[in-house]
Design a protein around this ligand. Sequence first.
Ligand code: HEC
Length: 102
Amino acid sequence: MVVFGVASAHAYAADAPNGLAIAKSNACMGCHAVDRKLVGPSFQQIAGKYQGDAQAPAKLALKVRDGGSGVWGAIPMPSHPQMSDADIRTVVAWVLAGAPSK
Ligand code: HEC
């Protein structure tokens, strides 16, 4: 168990720069900033809202893929059908970790 914890902590840390790279290469940063609201909520606001929500990674992965509105306001989040599931999982984990820059 302890071994698993250590292993996943490492994988998580290694994903942080990846999450940022994926967000940049998929134009997420055109509507989201890490620490202030743009068109969409800041990634830190999102991390705060879903803190401790075990359903959040799955729920938000679907939202990134399919888009939607109504959680933060009337402006819709666009769908991203071209993104791979792995990229979506990585970027969502990064957002939920508070969008660390390293
Ligand atoms: C055209 C602007 C736009 C782009 C591009 C965009 N978003 Fe969003 N995003 C939004 C808006 C607006 C919302 C708020 C939607 C709502 O209120 O339900 C949002 C919400 C979110 C949420 C929270 C969803 C929820 O239900 O709480 C996440 C996570 C998110 N975006 C991630 C991303 C990621 C990752 C990308 C890039 C792959 C991205 N966004 C690209 C506008 C955008």
